[in-house]
Design a protein around this ligand. Structure first.
Ligand SMILES: [Zn+2]
Length: 490
């Protein structure tokens, strides 16, 4: 519906201009507020992507988000579908079984997370929904014909658990990763409805467009994946209107404790959000500088960062976590070393290309984005800290792989097959990074950059699978690269 309004308003504005040129008087010189807002909206680059509109409000007294959401979903598959799935990731954060990244279970809480759908309709018709194959999914049965677009509307309540994980509140900072119902991906294996695993980043999603309103009490700062289109304060509440043009998820970090600094890099505004308690920390400007250097370097090596904003958020979190346009960085790194802070910022920034732009199935093939990210994080340092720095990093990875034994570490494995982060880390991060290191050592710098640009050109906004990666490597290095890949991946 909104798309149609946008077209009409655009037409109207062109008409107005045309009429003025001809000296014709206009009937509608004072558009109503709604129209003004719509006129201000820039069109999406790809209007055919699934489109999420969410109107949400966070009440910090109860840590509950009340939301209404519309998804304009188009069945772009080659078959008619009888059902689709939405992930409800907050349901993973029950009191009893919250996923915890690095075992900080003592922080887990009295308050569990949950998402409760209170109404759901498709094209205006109320539909029943069934629990999906996991507790973190829901199945919608309907006749979804190929190439047809459906409007899914739902109302829901989200309770935010009290923990410092991807989804949780601690010390008045709300980490809102994976907080809203998001469509599962349908691919050649059918629907991907995996549970929220405790290992890896267990997410897989398609590019979408977003308009999200988040209302918070006045004084709260909202950092989001997209850019802020408008900001309105009415009495004691502020509504942030965000838009994201072609992103595969949308995360927030919200707090009444935040301040931020910002800096401009070409068309992108880079924000660094931090709790006021660390406002005098001597590394804040360094953190901003690392973010700017990383974007600018990866733009040169891989391809353009196409978004208007990039937000680096120092928050309560065990390490670093990437979302499109926004990354969580543990504020604990400010007590660690400047090198650790730099590495994690560069790593999460590299994920804006590997996972963000060039997507992958992070459950079954998480090594694709983590391997590329780990390698290019080290590669970044060649220019900034020198070749020895890069070589030292690779030696560390080599030692880790040696500890396990080269043949004992199988890279091309699903996150489901691992039962601890140590094993997953060496398989999905260290060993594939070493594989690219070997390719770089044999074939040199120019080809490595050509490879990075190749996958950007062919897979930005899409999904890169193992076969695609092979094809890309063959395109750059020739068919003999297959043997090397088999040695390293299996
Ligand atoms: Zn990573």
């Amino acid at each position: 519906m909104k798309k149609i309004i946008v077209c009409i308003i655009f037409l109207m504005s062109f008409t107005m201009l045309g009429c003025q040129d001809n000296g014709v008087e206009l009937a509608y010189e004072e558009p109503v507020t709604l129209e003004e807002e719509v006129i201000a909206k820039e069109p999406f680059t790809d209007p055919l992507l699934n489109y999420y509109q969410i109107d949400a409000s966070l009440d910090p007294e109860t840590s509950i988000i009340t939301a209404s959401q519309t998804i304009e979903y188009t069945n772009n598959e080659t078959v008619d579908l009888t059902e689709i799935y939405l992930h409800l990731y907050p349901n993973a954060f029950t009191k009893e079984s919250q996923p915890n990244l690095f075992g900080n279970s003592d922080e887990m809480s009295d308050l569990g997370g949950q998402i409760e759908i209170t109404s759901l309709s498709i094209d205006g018709k109320e539909v029943n929904f069934l629990e999906g194959p996991t507790t973190t999914s829901v199945e919608l049965s309907y006749a979804f014909k190929k190439n047809e677009t459906y409007t899914i509307e739902l109302d829901y309540l989200v309770s935010v658990s009290s923990t410092s994980e991807r989804f949780g509140v601690a010390n008045d900072i709300y980490n809102l990763g994976n907080w809203y119902p998001i469509l599962a991906v349908y691919d050649e294996e059918g629907w991907n409805v995996d549970p929220y695993l405790s290992i890896g980043d267990p997410f897989y999603s398609d590019m979408s467009n977003y308009d999200i309103k988040m209302t918070v009490p006045k004084g709260y700062i909202v950092a989001g994946s997209g850019y802020i289109e408008s900001l309105k304060t009415l009495e004691n509440k502020t509504t942030y209107s965000f838009r994201a043009d072609g992103m595969r998820d949308f995360a927030f970090v919200i707090s009444n404790q935040f301040e931020y600094i910002k800096s401009q890099l070409n068309d992108t505004t880079v924000y660094l959000y931090y709790p006021k308690s660390v406002k005098k920390h001597k590394w804040l400007e360094d953190a901003m500088l690392f973010s700017l250097e990383a974007i600018s370097s990866f733009e040169e090596i891989i391809g353009d960062y196409p978004y208007k904003t990039y937000s680096v958020v120092l928050t309560n979190f065990p390490s670093g976590m990437e979302y499109p346009g926004l990354v969580f960085i543990s504020k604990g790194y400010l007590l660690d070393s400047i090198h650790a802070l730099r590495t994690v910022i560069v790593h999460e920034t590299a994920h804006q290309w590997f996972y963000g732009l060039i997507g992958d199935d992070e459950i079954d093939e998480g090594w694709i984005d983590e391997g590329l990210t780990t390698f290019f994080t080290a590669y970044f340092e060649i220019e900034y800290s020198g070749e020895h720095f890069y070589q030292d990093t690779m030696k560390r990875y080599q030692n880790r792989v040696n500890e396990y034994g080269f043949d004992n570490v199988v890279v091309a494995k699903s996150a489901k097959e691992f039962d601890n982060w140590g094993d997953y880390g060496v398989a999905a991060y260290s060993k594939p990074a070493l594989m690219y290191h070997e390719i770089y050592t044999i074939y040199g710098d120019e080809k490595m950059k050509a490879f990075a640009k190749y996958i950007y050109e062919h897979y930005a906004y899409g999904i890169l699978k193992e076969d695609d990666l092979r094809e890309a490597l063959i395109a750059i290095y020739g068919v003999e690269i297959n043997e090397l890949l088999d040695t390293w991946l299996y």
